[in-house]
Design a protein around this ligand. Structure first.
Ligand code: ASP
Ligand code: MG
Length: 465
C-alpha cells in the first residue's frame, strides 16, 4: 500500500493528470498473513451458504486486522486514520450482514457473490486515497459502480463501453481537472440499474484499461509483482527473461493461454485507440518492465515471415475430447450440434482441431468440465452412437496446452516445425496442434506429465531480445 502510494505520487509529479485503479489487498509479503482479501471474501460467502457462521466471523476479524495494519502503516494524520477506520468498519459490518443472510438462505447466488467479493477493492481504495493524502497528494476514492456499466453476467460481466464512457467522464474529469487524483476500485462495476457486478478474477487489470480507454489516456501502467511480462513462467523456466516490447495481439494470446500476469481482456479496450500499456513491478519500479504497443497485425500490413518465438505459456489441468467416426464425414451440422451441446454445459472451449479427413474433431476444455461435457455429448449423439456412425467420444483427462507466441509465427515457414521438433526430440508425444486462428500463436496439446518439460523445450527457441 505504501509502495502504491509512492508510485502514484511519482506519477503525479510526472504527468498532468493521473487516475489510479486499485485491486484488493493481496498476501502480505514476508509476513505470516497469508490471505488474499478477495479469496477470503469468497470463502466467507461459500462457507456461509453451507451453514457455517464461524468462518465468516473469523474472516471478518482477520480482514479488520489486515486493513488496520495498512491504515496504521500509511496514514499519519490521526483524524484521517479514524475516519477511514470507520469507513472500513462499516464496509465490514455490511459484509457480515450479507454473509449472515446467505447463511439463512442456505445458498449464494452469483449476484450475491459479486456484492460480497467486491468489498476488498472498496476497502483498498479508501486506504490508498488516505495514504496519498498523507503524502500531500489530493486524492478521493471512487467506487467503479459509479463508472463502469456492464451487462448482468455476474462474476464475469462485460462492460458496455458507450455508457461507461459517459458515466466515467462525467464523474472523473471534474476531479482530475481540480487537481485531485481519483482512486478507483478495480474489479467491480454495476448494471445499468445499479446492481453490483464484477469483471472476473484478476479483473482490476481490465478495469484499469477500461478507465484508461474511456478517458482517452496517453498511457496505462499496470503494476504487478514481477518485472513485466516474462518469456515464460519462472517457476517452470528459471532462466525466463523480461520481454521488452510486445504487440497487443501477442499479449492477448499470452494472457488467453495461461500467462497469469494480466487479465486476458486487458488489452481489448486499448486496441482501438492504440493506447500503450506498460507492465511494471510495484517492488522494483526502476525496472522498465514491458511495453505493449498496439501495432496492426501483420496480416493487414501484408508481412509474412520473419516471425520468431518470443514467449511460451501453458494452461494445465485441461482435457481433450475427441469425437470420431465415419458418420462425421460429409454430414453437415455435426460440428454445430457438438459445440451447441458443449455450450449447454456452460463450458468455454480453449482450442479446436479437426482432422483433414473430417473423421474426427477434437477440442480442449478445462478439466473440471470434462465429465459434464462427455455426458452431454453422449446424450446429444446417442442416435449416432447406437448406429456406430460415431464410434467413440473419447476424453484424455490430464492434458496441457503449450503455446508459443510471437508476431507472425503461424505464417512463418519453419517455426511450427522447430516448435514440434523441440518437443519431439525429448520423446514427448504431441497429441494435437492448432495454429493459424491467430497469427501469433502455435499451440500444442501434450499430456499433463509432459507439460513442464515441453515448456522448457519451446522456451529454448525464444530469441534473446
Ligand atoms: N481482487 C480481485 C481478484 O482477486 C481482482 C484483482 O485482483 O484484479 O480477483
Ligand atoms: Mg491482478
Amino acid at each position: 500500500m505504501r509502495q502504491a502510494a509512492r508510485i502514484t505520487q511519482e506519477s503525479a509529479s510526472q504527468w498532468d493528470h493521473v487516475v489510479v485503479v486499485t485491486s484488493a489487498m493481496g498476501k502480505a509479503i514476508g509476513a505470516r498473513d497469508n490471505i488474499k482479501v478477495t479469496d477470503a471474501l469468497l470463502i466467507a460467502a461459500r462457507t456461509a451458504a453451507n451453514g457455517d457462521s464461524d468462518t465468516f466471523h473469523r474472516i471478518r476479524r482477520e480482514l479488520t486486522d489486515k486493513h488496520q495494519a495498512a491504515i496504521d502503516g500509511t496514514i499519519s494524520n490521526a483524524q484521517e486514520r479514524m475516519r477511514i477506520q470507520e469507513e472500513i468498519e462499516q464496509l465490514l459490518s455490511g459484509f457480515e450482514i450479507l454473509c449472515a443472510s446467505v447463511r439463512v438462505l442456505g445458498e449464494v447466488t452469483p449476484r450475491a457473490l459479486d456484492a460480497i467479493s467486491g468489498l476488498g477493492e472498496r476497502m483498498a481504495a479508501r486506504i490508498l486515497a488516505g495514504a496519498l493524502r498523507s503524502q500531500g497528494v489530493p486524492a478521493e476514492p471512487v467506487d467503479a459502480t459509479e463508472l463502469i456499466i456492464t451487462n448482468d453476467h455476474y462474476q464475469s460481466a462485460n462492460p458496455l463501453m458507450e455508457a461507461t464512457r459517459e458515466k466515467t467522464r462525467a464523474r472523473l474529469l471534474p476531479l482530475i481537472e481540480g487537481g485531485i487524483v481519483p482512486v478507483v476500485t478495480g474489479f467491480i462495476a454495476a448494471t445499468a440499474s445499479g446492481v453490483p457486478t464484477t469483471l472476473g478474477r484478476g479483473g482490476s487489470d481490465y478495469s484499469g484499461s477500461i478507465i484508461g480507454a474511456v478517458l482517452d489516456a496517453d498511457e496505462v501502467h499496470n503494476y504487478t509483482d514481477v518485472d513485466g511480462v516474462l518469456t515464460a513462467d519462472p517457476r517452470i523456466v528459471p532462466e525466463a527473461r523480461t520481454i521488452h516490447t510486445l504487440t497487443g495481439q501477442e499479449m492477448s494470446e499470452l494472457a488467453f493461454f495461461g500467462a497469469q500476469v494480466l487479465h486476458p481482456m486487458t488489452i481489448a479496450p486499448l486496441l482501438e485507440q492504440k493506447i500503450p500499456l506498460r507492465v511494471k513491478n510495484t517492488f522494483n519500479p526502476g525496472h522498465p518492465g514491458t511495453l505493449i504497443l498496439q501495432e496492426p497485425p501483420r496480416r493487414e500490413t501484408g508481412l509474412h515471415g520473419g516471425g520468431t518465438v518470443k514467449a511460451v505459456t501453458m494452461i494445465d489441468k485441461v482435457s481433450m475430447v475427441t469425437v470420431a467416426g465415419r458418420g462425421m464425414k460429409g454430414v453437415t451440422g455435426i460440428a454445430g450440434r457438438m459445440f451447441t451441446a458443449v455450450a449447454r454445459t456452460n463450458t468455454s472451449v480453449l482450442m479446436i482441431s479437426q482432422a483433414s479427413a473430417e473423421q474426427s474433431i477434437c477440442f480442449v476444455i478445462p478439466h473440471a468440465a470434462s465429465a459434464r461435457v462427455a455426458l452431454e455429448l453422449k446424450r446429444e449423439f446417442s442416435p449416432e452412437l447406437s448406429t456406430s456412425e460415431i464410434d467413440h467420444i473419447h476424453t484424455i483427462e490430464d492434458a496441457a496446452i503449450v503455446t508459443a507466441v510471437g508476431m507472425g509465427i503461424a505464417f512463418t515457414p519453419g517455426v511450427s516445425g522447430k516448435v514440434c521438433s523441440a518437443v519431439g526430440k525429448l520423446g514427448i508425444n504431441i497429441i494435437a496442434i492448432a495454429q493459424g486462428s491467430s497469427e501469433c500463436g502455435i499451440s500444442l496439446v501434450v499430456s499433463g506429465p509432459d507439460s513442464r518439460e515441453s515448456v522448457r523445450a519451446v522456451h529454448a527457441l525464444t530469441a534473446s531480445s
